[in-house]
Design a protein around this ligand. Structure first.
Ligand code: HEM
Length: 204
């Protein structure tokens, strides 16, 4: 049950937001498509684990979607001992509940320039080097981190790969400019329909 509950909507959310953002930036979409086809070509056109691992651009797109729209947008913990927050005189007594806003962290301009823009390249190694640890927490961290992270990347990558290799996706007049989140859902999900245009293209 845990695997189904934790693994299905979260990955679907990451895939949907990735496609939404790529539909709004056709140049970026084309660039990602060209690069993933180049990788596919090097792997004989076969969608293998190795080919998917080579598709860094897809990872960056997914990471950027997870940054802007973390499917689990908060983490909750309980202080297991009295804890003084470093650099302050605030002490959290043992047993205090703590809620970490992942959305807040992922939009903090101290760590993310232009936080409201979709820029997958910010996850390139050269651009990530100086970012402090624990500023990107879509899968949480520590002993209770997501155990399905690798499966998640794998299935979202496969979905994105097949969509981008077979379709051009684009915004239509009914496509919303700003996505509102459905507050009745635990996993971050857009409120209402997100209409996009799909045009079939010759696949590789
Ligand atoms: C993009 C997709 C996913 C995201 C963003 C995500 C996010 C998370 C987060 C944030 C947690 C930790 C919650 C916490 O620390 O309080 C978690 C836990 C968990 N996830 Fe994922 N997850 C994803 C996909 C998956 C998949 C595909 C599976 C299984 C195949 C999975 C299985 C689990 C399980 C079983 C836990 C509980 C681990 C524990 O309590 O020790 N998740 N996930």
């Amino acid at each position: 049950m845990s695997f189904l509950r934790a693994g299905f909507d979260t990955s679907a959310s990451a895939l949907a937001f990735s496609v939404f953002e790529l539909a709004r930036d056709c140049e970026l979409q084309q660039q990602v498509r060209q690069r993933l086809r180049a990788v596919l070509g090097r792997h004989g056109g076969r969608v293998t684990y190795e080919a998917l691992s080579d598709m860094r651009d897809l990872t960056n797109v997914i990471n950027e979607a997870l940054r802007m729209y973390p499917p689990a947008n908060f983490l909750d913990r309980e202080a297991s001992r009295d804890y003084q927050i470093p650099g302050s005189d605030i002490v959290l007594p043992k047993g205090t509940g703590v809620v970490v806003s992942v959305t807040g962290l992922h939009h903090d301009p101290r760590y993310w320039t232009e936080p409201h823009r979709f820029i997958p390249d910010r996850f390139k190694e050269a651009n990530s080097r100086d970012r402090p640890n624990y500023t990107f927490l879509p899968f949480s961290a520590g002993p209770r981190t997501c155990i399905g992270m690798r499966v998640a990347y794998l299935q979202v990558k496969i979905g994105l790969l097949h969509i981008l290799n077979n379709f051009e996706v684009y915004a239509v007049p009914a496509t919303p400019n700003i996505l509102r989140v459905d507050s009745s859902k635990l996993i971050v999900t857009p409120a209402g329909d997100v209409v996009l245009g799909f045009r079939r293209i010759p696949s590789m």
